[in-house]
Design a protein around this ligand. Structure first.
Ligand SMILES: [Fe+2]
Length: 147
């Protein structure tokens, strides 16, 4: 599900991958539902030219989750695109483009890529249970620039 909030805090809800992908394409955010395939990570690295990856897990065993959560919920942007594949659990991704707010539910098999300089934040909720693969064009990954 995708909600797009206008500046009166009214929102429009979009359902279904194709419709959501179309709305996100308007702000150049890539949103793809990838097949379950044991080679999918290698395929993504090849298809999108992102040679490096790591895996992030947030769950009840995550140390310092509350302070991490505060960090993830801060609006920021990167100077490179941010690409990740969710493989387990659900979370919310938010984008702010010219003060229009996008709230996207993400879950297993969702691949998203946030372009450079697009403001965004992320929340795995109070009781996180999520696993995602992050992809990078460079070995050191991307840094967050907080707004
Ligand atoms: Fe980010």
């Amino acid at each position: 599900m995708l909600k797009i909030y206008d500046n009166t805090e009214d929102f429009t809800t979009y359902m279904g991958y194709e419709e959501i992908a179309r709305q996100l394409d308007n702000i150049h955010v890539l949103y793809v539902h990838v097949p379950t395939d044991e080679n999918i990570i290698e395929q993504i690295k090849y298809d999108y030219d992102v040679p490096y990856n790591d895996t992030i897990v947030l769950d009840s065993s995550t140390n310092n989750y509350q302070s991490l959560r505060e960090q993830f919920k801060k609006e920021h942007f990167h100077t490179d695109y941010e690409m990740r594949l969710f493989t387990h659990g659900t979370a919310k991704f938010f984008f702010n483009v010219s003060d229009t707010f996008y709230e996207l539910d993400v879950g297993p098999n969702d691949l998203i890529s946030v372009p450079a300089n697009v403001k965004h934040w992320f929340d795995a909720g109070e009781y996180p249970n999520i696993k995602a693969v992050r992809f990078f064009t460079e070995k050191d990954g991307w840094e967050a620039n907080y707004t």
